[in-house]
Design a protein around this ligand. Structure first.
Ligand SMILES: CC(C)(COP(=O)(O)OP(=O)(O)OC[C@H]1O[C@@H](n2cnc3c(N)ncnc32)[C@H](O)[C@@H]1OP(=O)(O)O)[C@@H](O)C(=O)NCCC(=O)NCCS
Length: 192
């Protein structure tokens, strides 16, 4: 499994996964508007990542897809916010969000994706990562705990009751963790 940016040639497969996720109530392509060209969406992701000219309330973030090394099939997406410097992100959203392609679940990919994203977070200089999940999302809870998540609280009185807030400290040991062979690529060739 590797992490890479979305590319022009992902348009059909990514939109297929996006629609499947919408059916179950999850969002694969963050911010995606059906009226946008794929090129426009990729540019939007570039802008988000660079942080240049972001609207108020948005923070720099990298959108990765996880793909199979053998055939580049998309296994899921994982989004890494470079900072959680807004009230919403520091309480509710956290640093990392992820969705595994519905037909690729329960094969360990969610766990591998979070591990790979934690290495990316560490390379950005983030010392500890906030990951949140709704109570009852057993799969997500297991993934976070397997990745070293320490439960700070389950929210009760906030606007988001029943949210489990975990902190994952990032240590130097992670860099020698070779359990996964994730690599990253940046390839945003644009279409028109
Ligand atoms: C939650 C989600 C990311 C799990 O992805 P996944 O690739 O299936 O996770 P893994 O295969 O790494 O599973 C990790 C563990 O959780 C368990 N698990 C996964 N889904 C589960 C579920 N629905 N119910 C109970 N346990 C579950 C797995 O069995 C595994 O434990 P095991 O190794 O003992 O079998 C995926 O179901 C998903 O994308 N859901 C929709 C979006 C979402 O909820 N994202 C998280 C928001 S915080």
């Amino acid at each position: 499994m590797r992490l890479r940016r979305l590319r022009i040639d992902d348009r059909e497969s990514a939109r297929l996964i996006h629609h499947a996720c919408l059916q179950e109530g999850s969002v694969f392509l963050l911010d995606y508007e059906p009226s946008w060209s794929w090129n426009h969406y990729l540019k939007h992701l570039d802008t988000l990542e660079s942080g240049d000219g972001l609207p108020d309330g948005r923070v720099p973030a990298t959108f990765f897809v996880a793909t199979l090394e053998q055939n580049d099939e998309i296994l899921g997406r994982i989004s890494l916010r470079h900072t959680i410097s807004t009230p919403y992100l520091s309480k509710v959203g956290g640093h990392i969000g992820y969705v595994v392609t519905p037909w690729q679940r329960r094969r360990g990919y969610g766990t591998l994706m979070l591990k790979a994203a934690l290495r990316q977070a560490q390379s950005l200089g983030i010392a500890r990562v906030l990951v949140t999940t709704k109570e009852g999302n057993q799969g997500s809870q297991t993934i976070i705990e397997r990745c070293g998540g320490v439960l700070e609280e389950t929210t009760e009185s906030s606007a988001e009751p029943g949210l489990r807030r975990y902190w994952i400290p990032l240590s130097s040991e992670m860099q020698s963790d070779t359990e996964t062979s994730s690599t990253t690529e940046h390839s945003h060739e644009q279409d028109h």
